[in-house]
Design a protein around this ligand. Structure first.
Ligand code: NDP
Length: 315
């Protein structure tokens, strides 16, 4: 049978390119989990995705109620779950003030990390029930959270500190809106959320890989300088960033190529190793990359996991 894969944030950029690659392979039924149904439908049509291989379902990761409703509707649809791709993200590098999710968590960590944390924790049960030969849970990471790389050292650097802000609920009222308890910085909040994503993937691996056989993986898809992720950046940045990545850092990758990379992590028979952070070299060959010290710290991973469980109402 065809595999059944849920991809969050499949209405643009990497998520859309991945949905397209998998739908076109003919081997997957792609569930595009998106907050804007019409936008997703238009994007899928414009990309020429074969109609019989995708379905759009509503999911707003900035609302935990919406996450729970998505899980209910997905289950009611009667589909199996063979792979889950946590891809959606918001990035607010120029925001002066924090924005918040429905539950009052700072928006970047609330959407990118906490929304996906609840979604993946709930859907683990469904993945576990599937009889598909290789079940996978993938959380998209980023190099920007890796302070062991050049790009990860561009200030402001990711740093979760002692997580006092996260423990306080990131609400900007009686706690800071930042994980480490510091002053709000939108670019740092995004990087922190990506570190939480990578720590969560590893904690999933430690807790559930042996018992379930599910593959847990993360990846850095390359710098996709043309996606909507940079939509809130200043105009000059948006003009200069793609050529800068193409000719100077040479980390540039097209949306199509990045989608093929993530599609490999979903379905390539050779990428079944669990607990791995995949990257690609200049010849576009995949390799197991090293994470920064903070992004691979098991103590931090456990702490992110335990605090997040409380915040999303699982503990
Ligand atoms: P885009 O902005 O193009 O795509 C982000 C997607 O997330 C969109 O579909 C967006 O929906 C969706 N989204 C945002 N908020 C929510 C929400 N509350 N609920 C549901 N969906 C939401 O960015 P990219 O494709 O670049 O980013 C995809 C992933 O790739 C992210 O995890 C990012 O961190 C990662 N990444 C990107 C890199 C790059 O260079 N671009 C580099 C490394 C990692 P909508 O269309 O409605 O806005």
């Amino acid at each position: 049978r065809k595999g059944s894969v849920v991809i969050t944030g499949a209405s643009s950029g990497l998520g859309l390119a991945t949905a397209k690659a998998l739908a076109e392979s003919g081997k997957w039924d792609v569930i595009m989990a998106c907050r804007d149904f019409l936008k997703a439908e238009r994007a899928a049509k414009a990309a020429g995705m074969p109609k019989e291989n995708y379905t759009i379902m509503h999911l707003d990761l900035a609302s935990l109620d919406s996450v729970r409703q998505f899980v209910d509707s997905f289950r009611r649809s009667g589909r199996p779950l063979d792979a889950l791709v946590c891809n959606a993200a918001v990035y607010q590098p120029t925001a002066n003030e924090p924005a918040f999710t429905a539950e009052g968590f700072e928006l970047s960590v609330g959407t990118n990390h906490l929304g996906h944390f609840l979604l993946s924790r709930l859907l683990l049960e469904d993945l576990n029930k599937s009889d598909y030969p290789s079940r996978r849970l993938i959380i998209v990471g980023s190099i920007t959270g890796n302070t062991n790389t050049l790009a990860g050292n561009v200030p402001p650097k990711a740093n979760l500190g002692d997580m006092r802000g996260l423990a306080g609920g990131l609400n900007g009222l009686n706690s800071s809106a930042m994980v480490d308890g510091g002053n709000f910085d939108g670019a740092k909040a995004y990087k922190d959320s990506k570190v939480c994503n990578m720590l969560t993937m590893q904690e999933f691996h430690r807790r559930f890989h042996e018992e379930t056989g599910i593959t847990f993986a993360s990846l850095y898809p390359g710098c996709i300088a043309t996606t909507g992720l940079f939509r809130e950046h200043i105009p000059l940045f948006r003009i200069l960033f793609p050529p800068f990545q193409k000719y100077i850092t040479k980390g540039y990758v097209s949306e199509e190529e990045s989608g093929k990379r993530l599609a490999q992590v979903v379905s390539d028979p050779s990428l079944t190793k669990s607990g791995v952070y995949w990257s690609w070299n200049k010849a576009s060959a995949s390799f197991e990359n090293q994470l920064s010290q903070e992004a691979s710290d098991p103590e931090k991973a456990r702490k992110v996991w335990e605090i997040s469980e409380k915040l999303v109402g699982l503990a």
